[in-house]
Design a protein around this ligand. Structure first.
Ligand code: LM2
Ligand code: CA
Length: 475
């Protein structure tokens, strides 16, 4: 049994932030399936309140549900089913971002993307329906993260806080999640999990349906659950980790510090260990950035393209955790929503002749970057191996193998590297997947020649940040 419900030759989640269901469906067929991505994390599927700022519909309106009807700017229920059907057919699973800690914030006028209305002043959401009695009282704002009760029963940024201890509320949430599962979803990313009582979540999770066998899932498959639990204050992942996986924010924080030169790479030998208070590998979802952290500071994103690619290579090469990458749209302001047409509908990506999304289309499409797609394949090839043959120069050059399946070396020293290292690999001529790829019988990039004893000369110039080879790129 595979907890994530991904196919056994796949291992990476891609968050397709703000993509529409039909664009995701096409991307599954055209790129994600053929390149063996394991799963897509979608934006929230439930109807949300429409928020209009001066020039934009902010992305964050999707985190303010107004009903559990599946109509958003990403599409309606029929489009959702179209997506799960087409993605499952090419072996790509759909995990849905689910928001049920809260409903909307306070708005003078509240109209939803599916036509539902709400009177937020009275906590009235007829589209579900929820009324005042279904929310926590008295209303309060979370301010003390050392108070476990406050974190659960007060409001997060003024968002109307649902009381999941009430059986009626729980049942509404269960019905909504089961609708997604019946429609072919394979898992959920639980938004704001740490703001709900673990016992209430457990009750909800227990009542979820098995996955829909009409979508190719094995009988009795359980939905994959991973929960957003940020690391601040008195509520920790320990209360949640036995019910589902946890987003491990330390990974992205640490990777940013190492790859932007604040800590020497040699200390990455501790990555994933208990010293950093990181989750056990089998419970952690790890990422360099997500839609929240890429709008905060101290995190690497597409805006630092070169080191970001090296950071993603590390994330994807290292066996720690369930890896997730983020596919973004270009933005400058925090609020800025996805690329949209004049009628406010979300624009689709435009793919150029190099199989990349055009900048003019507004979509970054990190998942299509050659080096990223090849590292996804690397991770699939080395799946279930361990770090071996660790080497470092005592500073900013490191290398390690993944048992005898893959080998990666990083050079952030600022000077050239030219060192003979043990790669752990069978003898052969391997093709570096950062600088090129195998094309028929030739390699368009750097060649790494591994001797009968597994050794190779590793050369990286001052501005070549890494090289990576794996079995399957040898000749
Ligand atoms: C999350 N994970 O646990 C999401 O990843 C994160 O993106 C969500 O916040 C958060 N939890 C709640 O679902 C985002 C965004 C907030 C935004 C909320 C709701 O980061 O800034 O808050 O969604 O849309 C916005 C305004 C805020 C206002 C609030 C209520 O930015 O100023 O607070 O709406 O109207 C008065
Ligand atoms: Ca709550």
């Amino acid at each position: 049994y595979i907890k994530t419900n991904q196919l056994s030759d796949r291992s990476v989640i891609v968050q397709m932030f703000e993509w529409t269901w039909l664009d995701i469906a096409a991307e599954c067929e055209n790129f994600l399936g053929p390149n063996k991505y394991g799963a897509v994390q979608t934006s929230p599927a439930t109807e949300n309140v429409i928020v209009r700022l001066n020039t934009t519909r902010p992305w964050y309106e999707r985190y303010q549900p107004i009903s559990y009807k599946l109509t958003t700017r990403s599409g309606d229920e029929a489009a959702f089913l179209n997506m799960t059907t087409r993605c499952n057919k090419v072996g790509v699973r759909i995990y849905v971002d689910v928001v049920f800690n809260h409903m909307t914030g306070s708005h003078n006028e509240s109209i939803g993307t599916g036509g539902s209305v709400a009177t937020t002043q009275n906590n009235s959401y007829p589209g579900v329906p929820y009324t005042d009695e279904h929310f926590h009282h008295p209303e309060c704002e979370i301010s003390d993260y050392n108070n476990a009760t406050e974190i659960r029963v007060c409001q997060l940024s003024g968002l109307k806080d649902l009381n999941q201890t009430i059986p009626y509320v729980r049942q509404k949430i269960i019905d909504y999640l089961n609708n997604l599962i019946d429609l072919g979803a394979a898992g959920i990313r639980v938004d704001a999990a740490k703001h709900m009582w673990p016992e209430d979540l457990n009750e909800i999770y227990k009542n979820l349906h098995n996955l829909n066998t009409n979508h190719g899932f094995r009988r009795n498959s359980r939905p994959y659950i991973y929960q957003e639990v940020a690391k601040d204050g008195v509520v920790t992942y320990n209360d949640y980790k036995d019910m589902g996986d946890i987003t491990e924010f330390t990974a992205g924080n640490e990777i940013a510090q190492f790859f932007s030169g604040q800590k020497p790479l040699k200390n990455l030998s501790f990555y994933g260990g208990t010293g950093l208070d990181m989750m056990p590998s089998e419970n952690a979802v790890v990422f360099v950035d997500n839609h929240d952290t890429q709008r905060a500071s101290g995190i690497l994103t597409y805006k630092n393209e070169t080191i970001y690619k090296a950071a993603l290579a590390f994330l994807l090469a290292h066996p720690y955790g369930q890896a997730r990458i983020t596919s973004s749209f270009y933005f400058t302001d925090f609020d800025e929503g996805p690329p949209a047409n004049a009628d406010e509908s979300i624009k689709g990506p435009v793919i150029n002749s190099n199989n990349q999304c055009t900048q003019e289309s507004g979509w970054v499409c990190e998942h299509r970057w050659d080096t990223v797609a090849r590292m996804v394949r690397f991770r699939n090839e080395v799946h279930k191996t361990q770090v071996a043959n660790w080497w470092d120069n005592g500073n900013n050059q490191i290398a390690f193998s993944l048992d005898n399946k893959g080998f990666i070396a990083f050079n952030l020293e600022g000077t050239a590297m030219n060192t003979t290292l043990q790669t752990g690999l069978p003898a052969g001529t391997y093709c570096d997947i950062r600088s090129g790829k195998v094309q028929g019988t030739t390699c368009s990039g750097k060649i790494v020649a591994v001797s009968n004893t597994g050794q190779a000369i590793v050369t990286l110039s001052a501005d070549e940040l890494y090289l990576a080879v794996h079995v399957g790129t040898d000749s």
